[in-house]
Write a protein that binds this ligand. Sequence first.
Ligand code: HEM
Length: 480
Amino acid sequence: MDLPVKTIPGGYGVPFFGAVGDRIDFFYKQGTDLFFKTRMEKYGSTVFRSNIAPGPFISKDSRVVVLLDAVSFPILFDTAKVEKRDVFIGTYMPSVSYTGGYRMLAYLDPSEPRHELFKRYFLSLLASKHGKFIPLFRSSLSRLFVELEDGLSDNNNGKHKGGVYFNDLNEKMSLNFLYNLFFDGIGPSDSILGTDKAPKFFDSWLFFQLSPLMTLGLPKFLDPLEDLFLHTFPLPPFLLRSDYKKFYKAVNEAAGPVLDEMEKLGISRDEACHNLIFLVIFNAYGGMKNAFPVLLKWVGTAGKDLHHRLADEIRGIVEAEGGLTLASLEKMRLTKSAVYEALRMEPPVPFQYGHAKEDMVIRSHDAAYEIKKGEMIFGYQPFATRDPKVFEKAEEFVGDRFVGEEGEKLLNYVYWSNGREVDNPTPGNKQCLGKNLVVTMCRVMLAEFFLRYDTFEVNVGTVPLGSSVTFKSLTKAARI
Ligand code: HEM
């Protein structure tokens, strides 16, 4: 169908002041969702021009074309049309001093030969660990559930009040799993990797790189100060240098065989080690920190009815199949759907960016727009995956949305991995390398959960760049 070609509405305002004004709206006056919603309504369009945070002086150019619908958004996955060089987290790139002076895989465009080299190797590394995922993840989860139950019984005994904060338990569990998967032999209690300092260091390392996109939710009167410290100038990487070196040394020793293999491919051991750290800590740990609270938030707040249906499905299939395996997970239609639905409602990495490689025309539901070579295209994913023209009751969590033939077709519009759910990561695209692992882990988390418990209640909140979940109650399975 030929759609009318329209001029992209919106604009950037006066240089510098327009960008700072938009930043203040984005972080403080409106907040993320309202920032996009008000502009979408004002321009009557899901495609418009705007500045995007952080703006000056951290990003050189904050002008973007914003995409908010399910039809225009996938242009960001088309690496023939969109350049993904140095745009992994935004209109700025953190200093390479955080990563030994190298640009990591996630910052490389597929047209750069090193993208293919690293992605192909890491894909094969993950494939080689295929058989280990489920047993390792299950054993990390069992510890998490013990801690969760202990915490809740302390609560009931009046030792702590206010429930058990899931995010902290999740972070410990995620690191435990990742160490065992990638740094065989080095347990979290063995070295610098395992001290209490390590998770704090990782959080600081992530925070220093991501702070231009964050607000800490401080009292209002501190907003100008926060804006100055987090969003105006980059934090100095040298503050983390000495701890990073210690961690680097520990990984270098723990991951010998992987680094040997990478050296054989012509990658220096130094660059290989920095890339492995980035993969495990930034990509995987950073992603797991956000993704599991999202999953339990949406399934938790969906209520008892869904919990009982999930428990029935999971217990029935595990019993019939004789255990929890990849094959049994594949049969859990409702469980799979609930995972996709959580990732649709709240994609854990909500912002995607890319520069137009050429002059092009992009399409939304109702119009076409010309974009010039070099312009930055920006997608705010939660609006695209809650597009009411694609999803009925788009703003509601519908646990069985993706069950059945019609439901499965909707997977074309689930984008959390920076690609369609029906597609897979390859050396030539920019889709999340951990896509299938992440979906498997989410399914295992629900399966393990509902094998043990009938239902649960949570309080939900926000943390910088994500959601928080606090367990209020947990009802043990009446029958297993
Ligand atoms: C747990 C939740 C996770 C989420 C929500 C997530 C999300 C994403 C997203 C949105 C991107 C694309 C960013 C962009 O270029 O715009 C991405 C890329 C990437 N992810 Fe994940 N990820 C997760 C876990 C993992 C895991 C477990 C691994 C590896 C074990 C991983 C490895 C990567 C890598 C290497 C890239 C860059 C791919 C490339 O440059 O071609 N991620 N991830």
